[in-house]
Design a protein around this ligand. Structure first.
Ligand code: TXA
Ligand code: MG
Length: 310
């Protein structure tokens, strides 16, 4: 069976791309420094950008940390399996290449049946960044993984399109009060409620290491803004524009994709739409902005990393 094969490859130090509820991950045994080094190489990822370690249980997570605070356990019980990555002080078991030399490790238990079966079967923690070339949009289908990484990966588990479409929330619990390093489907407000303390968004200088790099960006220049700014641009420009619309109708680019107003659908469809337009040889990709509530924070965060405001 495919899961058995994928698990065997992981145990032998190979690379397996697999679906999660957020985006596809490129996995290797997190405790095998050689295997993890290959992830960086295949992705073209800077060695200073640490990886998320995926686990099948809270018990397995506890083997990766030097201590597991009660607050972390509370978050795990409430949100795992799910799109929440928790940063904690690492144990000596975790090789430094996995955490890019940091004293902390980022851990999450994904909410996807194939991912969970793979993790259980492999019976090792699995380091997995998004399975794209470094800097580009994350993959939300197995096809995206193949387009980006092709035969540089030993195995691709196909679980169809991912449900959420944006990467997990990252919260740093190695300090108190905790800090939100990357917004995602689980919001700062949800975390604050469970922890009983206000979880702050990281100031720009103290973002997650990965947030310093160019990220999520297509090759085609990307801009984002509200409908009226888009309309003004379309009236004035001679450039060929690919449009990704959310709430408004009636605007027309050279190519137009409509994701609809529901923020979940925008999150789910955004990377796929950007990838499609990126293949068209356009001068510009323009995305209609969304309100910053719920997962809207995460959507706007990724757009700011991928391009510039109109
Ligand atoms: O949804 C997700 O999180 C997906 C799936 C595959 O699980 N993974 C993912 O991985 O998005 P990646 O490598 O693309 O993003 C990991 C983020 C980066 O911003 C990285 O800097 C941050 O997590 N990170 C990892 N370890 C960290 C640590 N010890 N301290 C602070 N940030 C860390
Ligand atoms: Mg990534």
């Amino acid at each position: 069976m495919s899961i058995d094969r994928a698990a065997r490859i992981l145990r032998r130090g190979g690379l397996v791309a697999f679906p999660t509820e957020t985006v596809y991950g490129l996995g290797a045994n997190a405790l095998d420094a050689r295997a993890v080094r290959r992830i960086f190489k295949v992705k073209g990822r800077p060695l200073r950008n640490p990886l998320i370690v995926h686990v099948a249980s809270i018990k397995q997570a506890s083997t990766l940390v030097s201590r597991l605070p009660e607050e972390a356990k509370r978050l795990m019980r409430r949100f795992w399996p799910g799109p929440l990555t928790i940063v904690l002080p690492k144990s000596v078991r975790v090789p430094s290449v996995t955490t890019a030399g940091l004293a902390t490790v980022a851990i999450r238990m994904p909410n996807h049946p194939l991912a969970l079966r793979l993790l259980r079967r492999a019976n090792v923690p699995v380091a997995a960044p998004s399975a794209n070339r470094s800097g580009g949009p994350s993959p939300t289908t197995a096809q995206h993984v193949l387009e980006d990484l092709g035969d540089r990966v030993d195995y691709v588990l196909d679980g169809g399109p991912t449900k959420l479409g944006l990467e997990s929330t990252v919260v740093d619990l190695s300090r108190w009060p905790p800090v939100l390093l990357r917004p995602g489907a689980i919001t700062a407000e949800q975390l604050s409620r469970v922890l009983g303390v206000r979880v702050r968004r990281a100031p720009r200088s103290r973002r997650s290491p990965g947030m310093r790099y160019r990220h999520y960006a297509p090759r085609t220049p990307l801009r984002f803004g509200n409908a009226s700014r888009i309309q003004t641009l379309l009236r004035r420009t001679k450039k060929s524009v690919g449009l990704i619309l959310t709430r408004s109708r009636g605007l027309r680019g050279m190519v137009t994709t409509t994701l609809g107003p529901a923020l979940r659908n925008v999150a789910r469809g955004l990377y796929g739409a950007v990838r499609e337009l990126d293949k068209r040889g356009l001068d510009l990709i323009v995305v209609e902005a969304v309100p910053e509530r719920g997962i809207g924070h995460a959507i706007m965060n990724r757009l700011r990393k991928a391009g510039k405001p109109l």
